[in-house]
Design a protein around this ligand. Structure first.
Ligand code: ZN
Length: 220
């Protein structure tokens, strides 16, 4: 392409400085025609590739940004749930944390307190749901999303359905008690009068590492 440009500018400038009188007339006509032909080909290919590039960028960037916004949005709140899980860990509880989000605002937080409170129902989700209901002064958590580091159990899935939570986002799945898709899916059971949207795998590694490291330390 570089040599083409060199040739093109040479031809143009040579005409500008009245150079062609030194070249026999039959050659100048050919050269001029050839240079203009190449120029139009170049213009067409540039225009075509620019359009294609813009179209590609428009489609793919939009898709990328959309995904990015969503992922960042979920990660932001999952990080808050992880913070809760770490509080549980500091109390020698199994590190599980949850937050309830309403209109982009955290209105309920909870971490596992089973050992400290001698309460088998003191799961992170239950505590977060109670706090959110208290905030909204309603048992229906309409337009609320629940972020939890571990897949909800049967009891928590039941509470989520009963409180009409719109969306559940969980990090690690639970092969021994998960009732949001692993052992069964109570959140999307069609015979119930409410179904919840479920998003899985947000910061999955971070959430399961928390649990793995906790149990590893416990075994030592
Ligand atoms: Zn639970």
């Amino acid at each position: 392409m570089f040599f083409y440009h060199l040739f093109f500018y040479f031809i143009h400038f040579s005409f500008l400085f009245d150079f062609p009188h030194r070249i026999p007339i039959k050659y100048t006509q050919h050269i001029l025609f050839y240079s203009q032909f190449l120029h139009s080909i170049q213009w067409l290919s540039t225009a075509l590739s620019t359009t294609c590039e813009q179209l590609y960028k428009r489609d793919h960037q939009n898709w990328g940004i959309h995904m990015l916004i969503n992922t960042n949005h979920h990660q932001q709140f999952m990080l808050e749930a992880i913070k809760e899980a770490k509080i549980a860990e500091s109390k020698n509880e199994v590190p599980i944390g949850a937050v309830v989000v309403w209109k982009n605002k955290i209105i309920g937080k909870g971490h596992n307190l089973r050992e400290t409170s001698f309460d088998s129902t003191a799961h992170a989700e239950m505590i977060a749901i109670r706090q959110a209901s208290d905030y909204l002064q309603a048992w229906r958590l309409l337009d609320c999303s629940l972020y939890v580091t571990l897949e909800p159990c049967a009891m928590c899935a039941g509470a989520i359905v009963l409180s009409r939570v719109e969306q559940v986002i969980y990090g690690a799945s639970d092969p021994k008690a998960g009732c949001a898709g692993t052992l069964m899916n109570l959140l999307q059971e069609e015979r119930f009068n409410h179904q919840t949207e479920v998003i899985t795998g947000v910061m999955q590694e971070e959430c399961s590492d928390l649990l793995k490291n906790f149990f590893r330390r416990l075994r030592k």
